[in-house]
Design a protein around this ligand. Structure first.
Ligand code: HEM
Length: 655
């Protein structure tokens, strides 16, 4: 048996041991159901958490080995080579395990939810009309199984660093379904619970998986290990912070109050996780000290750390099976179910200004966007390079507007009032992006992302550059595509049933907010962006883009104001709000918001384009003058020479 296999089995056994102990201690262990209550049986009761453990551990290994070959281990060309080839094969094999374990998890979950032993589990309970596959939990697990299967096949067929980066992105995306299972699926603050768990899982898989892959490379004694470990150290610091913050946020949603931290078994398990994170932090600190001192002993520290991580994952799965103090019955009314919490009180200026809601998507975008940008500025400063403070302020203003429109006062009412929703929409797509693109995030990324460590290596900076020059980027930054997406999504969303579908689900609302932000940022990136873009557009073309957009946007606002149909009518009617009860009037207000908040930024941008136009013209004129002064007035010279030729010709013809 190889050392790797032995260590893997030991890690799984340790994680399983911790899982059993914590399930017993926390009250999550399966118990026979009282007579008359459907009971899936002890086998399912225990097989389910173990299968969940296996899905989590296999996901960690797939993502870990992929992140190692794409970002950590230096390569010398478009394809990975040497040990990295084996690492890709290992990722592919574990993706198969991940997929099969997810399928098993589906049937075990169906058996658990319907209380039917596996032997009696029929089509009706699984894929039938009312089976597990008809609800988001079941669909999430099946989607995870499918994505894992695609990753297994794709990783089998390619060794290209760029395609592998894509496969890594896909595997990380497969974390979303997992975030929708466990406790996050079934209680209040759904949006915050799922987003924080998603970030938590992404952080955990990159951190634990990356270290596991480096441990595997260390056993093989590769020369490229130190370079990989140095790069991993930065990733580990980010993962440590993201895992800690997202874990605490997720735990806070489940615990409901501080008393439950010590007062409940769930709380005590969370404390154990905090302790585990502290231990892992100490390991990390010692690793960084060792790197700085160029000392040896990476493998010894790494393997002790990996065993603590395996035990923590066992603890985490037990936590996801332990009853939470904030039970699953907190949403008592259909309105609370729809909103994922209580209906906010009637809006006042103060509430609109200072309100707060646990909007996970907004918190994640603003938290990560601010941290990454400021980290970039800090690296520039540490290198002694300048970064215009105006750009930083502009970026932070953009982040502030997003914060207000998603988890701030406006965000609170964007779920319950069409007018507030439209104002939030306009803030996310029309106003915040102006400040974001003037913050030049791409330029900052290109100047601070790690570059190649050796000739030919595909670094994260070169990956971003190749994305910026890709056919896809050229297509979406085409002057026709931006306005089309921008205006098209307005009509496509509100004048079809899509708006109601997205408003009625938590993740749907999050997707809508991300869409507004993305489409708005793309539009302004092409229009007034200062970052490098695949094709620099002449001011006249950008002016044209604006001229095309303004009337369509104004017409949209008028169409909303004059519509006699309530958009997402059954959703807003189901809210039974005791304020602004006239839905059409509220919609009229929303149309007015779209007009005011739409047109004003566009006019401001028109001004900005005219200024940029004037500036580029005067720059051209100055350049022309400089060229003229350097080479004399070549045009005039040429013209005079021509006249001389003509005169000469005339003389010859008619002496
Ligand atoms: C500050 C420290 C941490 C806290 C407060 C924390 C908290 C949480 C919470 C509340 C959940 C959701 C459980 C549920 O569904 O109810 C969770 C899930 C999870 N945590 Fe942590 N965590 C922490 C650190 C870690 C660390 C260090 C690791 C791994 C090394 C980890 C791995 C996981 C995994 C794998 C899950 C998903 C379990 C599943 O549903 O399958 N966590 N964590």
């Amino acid at each position: 048996m190889t050392r790797t296999t032995r260590d893997l089995i030991l890690a799984f056994m340790l994680a399983s041991f911790v899982l059993i102990v914590c399930l017993q201690a926390g009250g999550g262990a399966p118990t026979p159901a009282p007579p008359g209550i459907p009971d899936p049986g002890q086998f399912v009761g225990w097989a389910l958490p173990f299968t969940k453990l296996l899905t989590d551990l296999s996901a960690v290994l797939v993502i870990g080995f992929l992140v190692a070959v794409v970002f950590l281990v230096p390569s010398t060309g478009d394809d990975v080579e040497g040990l990295s080839v084996q690492a890709v094969r290992i990722a592919s094999r574990w993706a198969i395990v991940w997929s099969i374990a997810s399928v098993a998890l589906f049937f075990l979950t169906a058996s658990d939810i319907f209380g039917e032993p596996l032997s009696k589990l029929s089509w009706a309970y699984t894929f039938g009309g009312r089976g597990l596959a008809s609800v988001s939990l079941g669909r999430a697990i099946l989607l995870q199984a499918l994505v894992a299967a695609v990753v297994a096949i794709a990783a089998r067929w390619t060794l290209g660093v760029r395609p592998l980066a894509g496969i890594l992105g896909l595997s990380l995306g497969a974390m979303a379904p997992i975030a929708l299972t466990g406790h996050a699926a079934s209680s209040g603050s759904h949006d915050l619970a799922t987003t924080s768990l998603l970030l938590h899982l992404v952080g955990v898989t990159l951190w634990v998986g990356g270290l596991a892959a480096l441990g595997w490379i260390a056993i093989r004694g590769s020369k490229r290990l130190e370079a990989a470990v140095t790069r991993f150290s930065t990733l580990a610091v980010w993962a440590f912070v993201i895992v800690g913050v997202s874990g605490v946020v997720n735990a806070a949603v489940r615990l409901g109050s501080f008393d439950e931290v010590f007062g409940s078994s769930y709380g005590r398990l969370v404390l154990a996780k905090l302790a585990a994170l502290a231990v892992l932090g100490t390991f990390g600190y010692r690793q960084r000290k060792r790197i700085v001192a160029a000392g040896s002993g990476f493998a010894r520290l790494a393997f002790s750390e990996l065993f603590v991580m395996a035990a923590t994952i066992g603890l985490a799965v037990a936590l996801s099976r332990t009853p939470t103090p904030v039970g699953t019955d907190t949403l008592n009314t259909p309105v609370e179910d729809l909103l994922g919490g209580p209906l906010p009180a009637a809006p006042t200026a103060l509430r609109l200004l200072w309100g707060f809601s646990g909007n996970g998507v907004g918190l994640a975008v603003v938290g990560l966007g601010t941290a990454l940008y400021l980290r970039g500025v800090l690296s520039m400063r540490q290198r002694g390079d300048d970064w215009p403070v105006g750009r930083t302020i502009s970026w932070l203003v953009g982040m502030l507007i997003i914060a207000w429109a998603t988890f701030g006062g406006l965000g609170v009412y964007s779920h319950v009032l069409f007018s507030a929703h439209m104002a939030s929409h306009m803030m996310l797509s029309m106003v915040a992006p102006i400040f974001l693109v003037l913050g030049a995030p791409m330029t900052l990324a290109l100047r601070t992302l790690p570059g190649p460590r050796q000739a030919g290596e595909i670094s994260s900076r070169s990956l971003l550059l190749s994305f910026l020059h890709s056919r896809f980027s050229r297509f979406i930054t085409n002057p026709l595509v931006g306005p089309l997406l921008f205006v098209g999504s307005l009509y496509g969303l509100y004048f079809t049933g899509i708006f109601e579908t997205l408003m009625s689900s938590h993740w749907g609302h999050g997707v809508m907010e991300l869409h507004f932000l993305a489409v708005g940022t793309l539009y302004y990136y092409v229009l007034i962006g200062i970052d490098p873009s695949p094709k620099a557009l002449a001011p006249i073309v950008r002016f044209g883009m604006l001229m095309v957009t303004i009337p369509f946007h104004a017409f949209f606002a008028i169409a909303v104001m004059s519509s006699n149909t309530v958009f997402a009518g059954s959703y807003f009617r189901e809210l039974h709000r005791p304020y602004l009860t006239d839905l059409l009037h509220d919609q009229y207000l929303g149309g007015g918001m779209a007009w005011a908040m739409g047109e004003i930024p566009l006019v401001l941008v028109m001004g900005a384009i005219l200024v940029q136009w004037f500036r580029s013209d005067s720059r051209d004129a100055r350049r022309f003058d400089r060229a003229e002064s350097r080479s004399g007035d070549s045009d005039l010279e040429a013209y005079n020479a021509r006249l001389r030729d003509l005169a000469e010709h005339g003389k010859r013809r008619d002496p």
